[in-house]
Design a protein around this ligand. Structure first.
Ligand SMILES: Cc1cc2nc3c(=O)[nH]c(=O)nc-3n(C[C@H](O)[C@H](O)[C@H](O)COP(=O)(O)OP(=O)(O)OC[C@H]3O[C@@H](n4cnc5c(N)ncnc54)[C@H](O)[C@@H]3O)c2cc1C
Length: 399
């Protein structure tokens, strides 16, 4: 799931402990997976008065993709609005982008309300012209974005060089995105869930799920039965057998972090990414490191991912140097990981067809954490039996 220790290991590591279950239990809701999705969903459920039982197959919480995440918290999907309009229709595409912006806003306000700091900072983002959208493409993109009230503006080569010192034909400067330490963020949400009555049990590997008319029975590898009225599968890209995998794919990705160099950073500590496939992205950390990631490839094999690590980090160093020659671009930390994505950059969130009261969240892509927040809203509404107008946009299509 990930190799090498991510840069987050260089900062104080929050501890959220789970206990081992000794016997079979019953809960109103079982959440499988204690990454950022499970944490946000459990917190939202607990706040609504439903105390979920959270289980994770690893020895502790937050040891999956979340621990490797570079945590750019963007409303901007991997798929440009221009492209998504063509593939799923203009109205639907606009609703998806607006739901994504709402999720980033909710992430910010909810975290503040709960006192979760996690070095969560609002940042502008720069989306640089590349092989997916050139300068003309970015002009079309900004027009569509502005038409639905998204805060993006077009920078031509001159403005981009003047304001950010970057030499590209054009970029979009957008406002209202954010960055965080993903481990602290997930730990914060888990702690709040536990405070409000959730329980966390590790390590328990769910090996079978048997869905009955009134309740679902989950069996752990060590023979413990969990019975629940609702089950929420937040297992990242390690999909349970009952989750339809069609359309989802596993992406491996690499990242480096430089030494701290707070005086050498670019203006506004903007999140930077490219309108390219695969794309390169950058952000800064609280102590002035530069994180640079990308080089994505569509496979999951950890051995292959590891064997490419040195070559990929050298390429990231070189690309970072091309953009910012004055930075010390050498990798002080290098790591890699995998996450689940989808072809159109949209997640799938909701009830699993044919499995009453069982829900899954999957296929998040590069906006994983934004969509974890969206999932918290949609899944809580579903468990409470409420209708959310955004739910059909992200639902599983019935088989
Ligand atoms: C290098 C990298 C960079 C990234 N950068 C960004 C970024 O900048 N911005 C962004 O938004 N997203 C980013 N992502 C994606 C984002 O990190 C993921 O979408 C997100 O972390 C997924 O969280 P999750 O909780 O769904 O999954 P995970 O964090 O993988 O958690 C799933 C949990 O489920 C548990 N589990 C699985 N199967 C079982 C089972 N059968 N029984 C019990 N437990 C089980 C696992 O042990 C794990 O703890 C990045 C990912 C990587 C790897």
């Amino acid at each position: 799931m990930r190799d090498g220790n991510a840069v987050w290991g260089r900062y104080a590591k929050p501890s959220v402990r789970g206990t081992r279950l000794q016997r079979s239990v019953h809960a109103e809701v079982v959440v499988v997976g204690a990454g950022i999705s499970g944490a946000m969903i459990a917190q939202s459920l607990a706040e609504a008065g439903i105390c979920p039982l959270i289980v994770d197959r690893r020895r502790a919480a937050i040891l999956g993709s979340t621990a490797a995440s570079t945590a750019l918290l963007q409303f901007e999907l991997d798929t440009p609005l221009t492209t998504l309009r063509r593939t799923i229709g203009p109205r639907k595409a606009e609703k998806v982008w607006l739901a994504s912006r709402e999720a980033v806003n909710e992430l910010r306000t909810r975290s503040a309300r709960l006192g979760i700091q996690a070095h969560l900072e609002t940042r502008p983002s720069l989306y640089l012209a590349g092989n997916v959208l050139d300068a003309k493409g970015l002009q079309r993109e900004v027009a569509f974005r502005q038409r639905i009230g998204l805060q993006s503006e077009y920078l031509d080569r001159h403005a981009l060089r003047h304001h950010f010192g970057i030499d590209r034909s054009a970029a979009l400067l957008s406002h209202g995105n954010a960055e965080a330490n993903p481990v602290e963020l997930a730990a914060g949400y888990l702690r709040m869930a536990l405070r409000d009555g959730a329980r966390l049990h590790t390590p328990h590997d769910i090996v079978s799920i048997d869905c009955g008319r009134r309740e679902t029975t989950l069996l752990t590898a060590d023979g413990i039965e969990l019975r629940a009225r609702h089950v929420v599968l937040c297992t990242g890209y390690e999909l349970a057998r009952i989750v339809p995998a069609s359309g989802s794919r596993i992406i491996s990705t690499w990242a480096i972090a430089t030494r701290p160099q707070p005086r050498a950073l670019w203006p506004q500590k903007a999140l930077i990414w490219e309108a390219s496939d695969p794309y390169l992205y950058m952000r800064t950390t609280v102590d002035g490191r530069v994180i640079c990631g990308g080089e994505d490839e569509a496979f999951a094999d950890a051995g292959r991912r590891n064997s490419l690590a040195l070559r990929k980090s050298k390429r990231l160093e070189a690309k970072l140097h091309r953009m910012f020659p004055e930075l010390d671009c050498r990798a002080a930390v290098a790591w890699s990981g995998s996450f689940g994505g989808s072809r159109n950059g949209m997640p799938t969130i909701g009830a699993i067809p044919g499995y009453p009261r069982c829900y899954a969240v999957m296929g998040y892509g590069g906006n994983g954490i934004t969509f974890s927040m969206l999932a918290a809203r949609l899944i809580t509404a579903a468990v409470l039996g409420k209708k959310d107008p955004a739910a059909p946009l992200f639902a599983f299509r019935a088989a």
